[in-house]
Design a protein around this ligand. Sequence first.
Ligand code: MG
Length: 285
Amino acid sequence: MPEFVRITDVGPRDGLQNEAAPVPTAAKVALIDALAGAGLPEVEATAFVRSDLIPQLADAAEVMSTIERRPSTVYSTLVPNERGFDAAVTAGTDKVAVFTAASETFSQRNTNTSIEGTLHRFAPVFARCDAQEIPLRAYVSTVIACPYDGPIDPSAVANVVEQLLAMGPCEIDLGDTIGAAKPDDIERLLEAVTPLVQMDQLVLHLHDTGGLALACAERALHLGVRHFDASCGGLGGCPFAPGAPGNISTVALAKLCASMGFETGIDTIAVADAATTVRSLLNRD
Ligand code: MG
């Protein structure tokens, strides 16, 4: 039997959050339903964040209450703090995600606090997830390079990962936020973190800014990574590189996996159809 590679489609959250054009709630619901219907085992559906900061996702509760809930799909949501966690759980989220960074400057600019400040802010979410048996993902952004500080040493990433794991059970999601990684960078990163984290707890979140996301994914697959984020239609852009491609494309990644003999369970034609629909709403074609 082929080995399974788990792909989380983060397009409805990470993708749409970074798109300027507003998307109607019904179109978001249709996108999430289409992705689940296409066999995605996990969809990051939305975020419970302040609507004055991220108006694109102000309809989070309505999205969650309107989507069709397939038992074969995990519907996760991003939360910045305990208040967001409460709203997400009330809305029926299956899994929550919190976020920090490997770069101090990025953390300050993105979340208005230090890395330590972010950990302090979401420590209650770790405790609540543990008590309520809700799966938790912890994003570490800028794991390869920071738009302000330049290259990030893998040991800085390992340091943050170690602190996260000490806070409680969680999945570690390493984000190349600006898409700066080359395959050798991914190898060095994995050398630094895999002594700390189980492979089945590790997720890689690649951006295709430099056109090397697939090459990085291929190296990661060779090195044993079996869980990736991707975005239908490559939605997402990169806030620090206007006009650049966004997250690694779900279809391209699923096809890469298939070409290497892995199973993803994803109907790539159905994902491509969903991507075409949403990209036309965003005037991206
Ligand atoms: Mg992203």
